[in-house]
Design a protein around this ligand. Structure first.
Ligand SMILES: C[S@@+](CC[C@H](N)C(=O)[O-])C[C@H]1O[C@@H](n2cnc3c(N)ncnc32)[C@H](O)[C@@H]1O
Length: 404
């Protein structure tokens, strides 16, 4: 579904509670479990899961991430874009009072993360992409170590949201002009976003780093061209050694490149010059243009097998974006929709599905809908879930009023 189609759908039928049973109450004890360290008031009320059913590509669930993830089928989503608790004893302000955010402290944190990461990996398509946010380097180090050992996720980039020269960073020096008693380390003005590809453990190093090998070294890819090449050798009554000798005679080079032409390892077709000077004189029956067109058509098909990544302007791993001002902020850890929209454009196929299993105030949901992708969001805290649902209604209303 294109962006425009999705917007029209949103205008026609906003996802909000109505008489048609779009919001379902489940009483299945599934919500609120599995955190090992939060109190009941932060759980979905009375162990019920309130679920906004899939309406116009938006599926919001109020429940525990692990429990809800287990209800999703394998290979459903293109992109997981999520922001889990950082386990740092975060302070949050609610109803005018500051308190430790109970949802942010979790026992056996690394094990718990590996559990939800493995569930996300299962729910991802075989070429899916996953990002998660964090800001505590010591825990990130442990998580990366365990993720590499215990999941099918491979780290691709370590990205930084640079919040700029914030007032809080400047204020330390104003408080302590001599600079003797202030911070004992550098004040942190960034958050980290870890970027992974789903790739099977058996995949080669090149695939695990870039997803590239998936096409060029997969024996199944370009099989029609490879089979045609073998049938031509048979028809002409020659072997690859004949081709190698001719190649060396014409180019003066050792025939190392022939190890890639028409082969399973880093498959390539020859250049036009080599085709016309080596293969055609030996009797291979296709014009270069015919071979190239066939290759391009297959390449497009196989590109779909790769982990999705599209380049954009200033394509680097540091993202400069000011923090969300505290006035009007919907969540203590709210992420800028501008960054999330960019991640979705870069890492999720048009019309694909984005999952955020720690949805908070629905920032990733808003980004997904504005980018024309479907969205599945899970949030355990009933208050945040309500904020998320209101935010969805606001976007729907803006759609209706302004035709955003
Ligand atoms: C870091 S915040 C996400 C904020 C979000 N990125 C935003 O922009 O609003 C993490 C969220 O995960 C929720 N959470 C914590 N444990 C959870 C669990 N086991 N299942 C589902 N949600 C959980 C918390 O209530 C919190 O809202």
């Amino acid at each position: 579904m294109g962006v425009q189609d999705k917007r029209e759908n949103l205008v026609r039928a906003p996802a909000q509670p109505d008489q048609s049973g779009r919001i379902r109450e489940r009483n299945d004890n599934s919500a609120g479990n599995g955190d090992g360290g939060t109190d009941n008031k932060n759980r979905a009320t009375d162990n019920k899961t309130t679920e906004v059913e899939n309406v116009n590509g938006i599926d919001l669930r109020c429940g525990d991430a692990l429990e809800e993830l287990k209800t999703l089928p394998d290979g459903l989503v293109d992109l997981v874009l999520t922001d889990p608790p950082y386990n740092i004893g975060l302070q949050e302000t609610r109803a005018g009072s500051k308190a430790m955010a109970a949802w942010d402290k979790i026992e056996n944190y690394t094990d718990w993360c590996i559990e939800w990461l493995n569930e996300c990996s299962r729910v991802l398509k075989p070429n899916g992409v996953l990002y998660f946010w964090h800001n505590d380097m010591a825990q990130i180090a442990e998580l990366l170590h365990e993720t590499a050992k215990k999941t099918d996720l491979v780290l691709v980039s370590f990205c930084i949201w640079d919040k700029g020269d914030t007032y809080r960073a400047k204020a330390w020096k104003q408080r302590d002009p001599e600079g003797t008693t202030a911070l004992r380390s550098w004040f942190n003005v960034c958050e980290y976003c870890l970027h992974f590809f789903k790739a099977p453990k058996a995949a080669g190093a090149a695939w695990r780093a870039t997803g590239l090998d998936r096409i060029n070294s997969n024996p199944e890819c370009y099989k029609p061209i490879k089979d045609w090449y073998k049938s031509e050798l048979d028809r002409l009554g020659i072997t690859t050694q004949t081709v190698a000798k001719k190649y060396t005679a014409v180019t003066g080079k050792k025939p190392y490149m022939l190890g890639h032409y028409f082969c399973d390892s880093q498959f390539e077709i020859p250049t036009r010059e080599i085709w016309d000077a080596v293969y055609r004189p030996l009797g291979f029956g296709k014009e270069y243009e015919e071979l190239r067109k066939e290759y391009e058509e297959l390449r497009k098909e196989y590109e779909e097998l790769r982990n999705y990544h599209r380049c954009d302007d200033m394509h680097c791993n540091i993202w400069h974006e000011p923090p969300i001002p505290s006035t009007g902020r919907l969540h203590t850890c709210q992420k800028p929709v501008k960054i999330l929209r960019r991640l979705i454009r870069v890492s999720c196929r048009p019309g694909g599905t984005v999952l955020d299993c720690f949805m908070g105030s629905w920032s990733a949901g808003e980004a997904a809908i504005l980018e024309g992708r479907s969205f599945i969001g899970i949030e355990r805290d009933a208050e945040y879930f309500e904020i998320a649902r209101k935010r969805l209604e606001t976007v729907n209303n803006q759609e209706r009023i302004y035709g955003m």
